[in-house]
Design a protein around this ligand. Structure first.
Ligand code: MN
Length: 328
């Protein structure tokens, strides 16, 4: 059985000995990023700390139900904080934030580190950080840290953390679902998180125009051998009155096709810029494909943003996927 998340003594000491904290996460924040950030902030506040959360982007409408979602600000506070907590991402680039001033930095994350990790963080930061791709969700790390610090997980924190776990494990269905994630989930339900209530918010509350967008996107699905892909253009967003956040998880649909090993979702951001999401059923490490294009993520789920017109980006990515499938 997988071990529980091991929390370093240095990390706990650093939190205990400091007073002001700034929590940041990746831009276009997802359920794990937002839920983990809020729960960590609530826990640190319970310990009497001064805490701010900053994200480049606003909390998506679909996550506005999270208790204390209003804590997530768009800008860092003035001055130098004691500790910067980088949550659910492992590069400053992924936060999209600049000039953050802190005496110390901690990274709490479960994405695969980029090859140049050693250049991105100094040894002191790495000493205090928890970066483990074997962990299902950053929410699990936050749960363990707060538990080790003696914080009692209340209902609002439990809802945030349960959402983080539910989101990153695809409703406890993906290969990253471990005995530990289910055990943490069980403790969160005992602390007051109600599974069906959160499921309804996360999976049964699709805005009507987003469903219309999905209908249009469905028509673009194509399959070639073991790969399938789906596309959303700028026009489709404009016609349905939707935005990028409504395409969250669209990549799951081409993946559902029988026989498909790798699914790709293309979203046209501008005439010469596309967002690409990649998913694998397990045989192919799509993080390696995303990394070719400057992106990253996990072995079964990764993404990148690629310069170029949609048809050209589509061709380049599908070529890379085809090559990965050929070598497998
Ligand atoms: Mn995550």
């Amino acid at each position: 059985m997988r071990r529980a998340v091991k929390i370093k003594a240095e990390l706990l000491t650093l939190i205990k000995n400091n007073g002001s904290f700034l929590i940041v996460s990746h831009f276009n924040p997802d359920g794990d990023a937002v839920g983990s950030s809020i729960a960590l902030a609530m826990g640190l506040k319970k310990l009497g700390k001064k805490v701010h959360i900053a994200n480049r982007d606003k909390v998506p409408d679909a996550l506005a139900f999270l208790p204390s979602s209003g804590l997530v600000g768009r800008e860092a506070p003035e001055g130098v904080v004691d500790v910067l907590c980088v949550v659910d991402c492992n590069t400053m680039e992924r936060t999209g934030l600049k000039n953050l001033k802190a005496s110390k930095t901690i990274v709490m994350d479960h994405h695969i580190m980029p090859d140049n990790a050693g250049e991105l963080w100094d040894n002191d930061t790495l000493n205090h950080s928890i970066i483990d791709p074997g962990i299902s969700a950053t929410g699990e790390i936050v749960f363990s840290i707060l538990s080790e610090l003696g914080v009692v997980i209340d209902k609002d924190m439990a809802v945030n953390l349960y959402t983080a776990l539910l989101y990153d494990t695809g409703g406890f269905r993906y290969a990253n679902t471990t005995p530990e994630s289910l055990s943490v989930a069980s403790r969160l339900v005992a602390a007051g998180a109600e599974p069906w209530r959160i499921t309804k918010e996360l999976y049964e509350s699709v805005p009507y125009n987003a469903m219309k967008l999905l209908a249009a996107a469905y028509k673009t699905i194509e399959k070639d051998g073991k790969m399938a892909w789906m596309t959303v253009t700028k026009e489709m967003l404009a016609e349905t009155g939707t935005t990028a956040e409504h395409t969250e998880n669209f990549v799951d649909y081409p993946r559902k096709i029988k026989g498909v090993e790798v699914a790709v979702f293309f979203r046209e951001e501008a005439d010469d810029l596309c967002k690409v999401s990649l998913r694998s059923k397990g045989g192919i490490n799509v993080q390696k494909i995303a990394a070719i294009f400057g992106g990253g993520g996990h072995a079964p789920a990764a993404g990148c943003t690629v310069k170029g017109p949609l048809n050209e980006v589509t061709r380049r990515i599908l070529d890379a996927v085809r090559e990965a499938l050929r070598k497998s």
